[in-house]
Design a protein around this ligand. Structure first.
Ligand code: OAD
Length: 257
């Protein structure tokens, strides 16, 4: 790690020109300033819940009502939240770079999309999408709450005489990421680029495969940057680490204030 600036130091800026390609990776910290709880640490989302009860296929099989109550509450919270300057800075960078930009996010709260990001890979799914727990129909947009009342059932399965519950389109523990999502990230990194930047923000660097993207990017010659409110598990893998809040740091760092 060649640099660790703290808030208040004169802020570095990533030079972005028409040869620059940027792969950004975000985690829960990017939405913290929008009022969405991160996962780990005090008041973290997992605090008070046993992860396997609310975020695993086994948990869903055992108590789908509990799982839908948990995700309905998260839908409600995320729907009321607003994108913050960190989300908007990444959307502005995309507007500038076009297909030389890709955002891979571990967040499911939809705030990047609402900020205007379109070149977006949602590695862990999206809170506002639902899919069938049995058949492979396309996930669909769904903003409803299933906190109370009957659980939603797949009408296509029902037509074939099977009963199957709908479930949140979220990657749960013990499940694989969509290979198509990983292919998009890999393909982006494999494209010839004169200047490749990898920028991670708001992520603790403990969940794979996202935590390993920094090494993949370095192998492809990227300059790597991390913006995080505290040191991450993989901070030492980055060339540059800026200690600070993404909503405060990203607009200046990306020159899109
Ligand atoms: P974590 O909750 O593990 O980490 C959030 C990180 O953001 C921490 O390192 C915080 O210090 C940092 N942070 C907090 N506020 C910040 C701010 N305003 N600006 C910048 N950084 C800030 O969240 P993730 O790394 O996203 O997976 O967690 C990865 C995955 O683990 C999640 O997607 C989720 C979870 O289990 C699934 O649900 C599949």
């Amino acid at each position: 790690m060649s640099q660790c600036a703290t808030q208040g130091d004169s802020q570095p800026r990533i030079a972005v020109d028409d040869r620059t390609h940027v792969l950004a990776l975000t985690g829960a910290g990017v939405s913290a300033e929008s009022g969405i709880a991160t996962f780990r640490g005090a008041k973290g989302l997992w605090e008070g819940h046993r992860i396997e009860e609310v975020a695993s296929p086994e948990g869903f099989a055992a108590d789908p009502q509990l799982v839908w109550r948990f995700y309905s509450a998260r839908r409600e919270k995320a729907a009321l939240a607003q994108p913050n300057p960190g989300h908007r800075a990444l959307a502005a960078l995309e507007e500038r770079l076009g297909d030389r930009f890709l955002l891979a996010s571990q967040n499911v709260d939809d705030l990047h999309g609402r900020a205007g990001s379109t070149r977006l890979v949602e590695l862990h799914g999206n809170l506002f999408r639902t899919r069938c727990s049995e058949c492979d129909r396309e996930p669909f947009r769904d903003e409803k709450s299933y906190a109370a009342g009957p659980l939603p059932q797949c009408d296509l399965c029902l037509k074939q005489g099977r009963r199957a519950l709908f479930r949140p389109h979220i990657v749960w523990f013990g499940e694989m990421l969509d290979p198509e999502d990983l292919r998009r990230v890999d393909e982006f990194l494999a494209r010839p680029a004169e200047r490749l930047i990898f920028l991670a923000a708001g992520t603790s660097g403990v969940v794979w495969p996202a935590a390993g993207l920094v090494d993949l990017a370095r192998r492809r010659g990227a300059q790597t940057w991390l913006v995080n409110a505290e040191p991450a598990e993989n901070s030492s893998r980055f060339h540059h680490f800026i200690l600070g809040k993404s909503g405060e740091v990203l607009p200046g760092l990306l020159g899109v204030e």
